[in-house]
Design a protein around this ligand. Structure first.
Ligand code: NAD
Length: 260
């Protein structure tokens, strides 16, 4: 997808890997200058952007730490410029030890809510303050299909992602009068370094077939599918789109993919 983002400054959280990395690369390919955030090393993403002729700087910050987020946003604005595009992408989930809510550990609940929900709030608050003053900007929150239709055994993730998507709409109502747009993306099952093993490990073949049987398009998505949606929502082509959640899930949440 080709849009015009030349000169715009974009902060992408959790951009060292996976969906965030693809979003950062795609925004850079369209001319944006990228602040790459991650709690882990994001040098690889910055190198890839620069090798392709783009501009990027790395900001190693945990989005669940409010003071660190405020410092990061102030530093990005001083070093690169006022932020035009914020993509709240950083996220975590429970991993393999999935248990029902009545056994869900406190520390896992708080860890997931802190990163997936508090982090979105902290970054959005810090960035939207200056967007409102400048009367421009686009915020894109990466939720999940499970924020639209919940899944079992992931109570913190489904609660956090539903929160992110409703927060998206609430913030859109507040900042719309200042020309700031806020939208969400709800990815379905997307192939990343972390999830690839779920689909292509012979040991989990049965699980992969079961997952795929729920997806009308018959396959998991690619990180580039989410990046294309983010590029559109960041661009002026989406200038009348705000408070919207774009579901990118191969049809998973459209309804039952099996006959009854
Ligand atoms: N992959 C999927 O199938 C899928 C589906 C639905 C939603 N999502 C959402 O998309 C987003 C990206 O997921 P992904 O699959 O690319 O995950 P990923 O694990 O591949 O990448 C997430 C990145 O976020 C970073 N991160 C984690 N905690 C952080 C923190 N506290 N501060 C800053 N960075 C942090 C990680 O270091 C990592 O680089 C997440 O919000 C996730 O919930 C993914």
């Amino acid at each position: 997808m080709k849009v015009e983002l030349t000169g715009r400054v974009a902060l992408v959280t959790g951009a060292a890997a996976g969906i965030g990395r693809s979003i950062a690369l795609a925004l850079a390919q369209n001319g944006a200058r990228i602040a790459v955030n991650d709690v882990n090393d994001g040098k690889r993403t910055c190198d890839e952007i620069r090798e392709a002729g783009g501009e990027a700087r790395f900001y190693q910050t945990d989005v669940s730490e409010v003071d660190a987020v405020n410092t990061m946003v102030a530093t990005v604005e001083r070093e690169i410029g006022p932020i035009d595009i914020l993509v709240n992408n950083a996220g975590v989930n429970i991993g393999k030890n999935r248990v029902p809510t009545y056994q869900f550990p406190d520390e896992e609940w708080h860890r997931i809510i802190r990163v997936d929900l508090d982090g979105v709030f902290y970054c959005s608050r810090a960035v939207s303050a200056s967007m409102v003053k400048r009367k421009r900007g686009a915020i894109i929150n990466i939720g999940s299909a499970f924020g639209v239709v919940p899944a079992r055994l992931q109570c913190a993730f489904t609660a956090a992602k539903a929160g992110v998507l409703n927060f998206t709409k609430s913030l859109a109502l507040e900042v719309g009068p200042y020309g700031v747009r806020v939208n969400g993306i709800a990815p379905g099952s997307i192939l990343t370094e972390g999830t690839r093993i779920l689909f292509y490990n012979p040991e989990s073949k049965q699980k992969a077939e079961s997952l795929i049987s729920h997806i009308p398009l018959g396959r998991p998505g690619e990180t580039e599918d989410i990046a294309a949606a983010a590029v559109y929502l960041a661009s002026d082509d989406a200038k009348y789109v705000t408070g919207h959640v774009l579901v990118v899930d191969g049809g998973w949440t459209a309804g039952f993919a099996r006959d009854w």
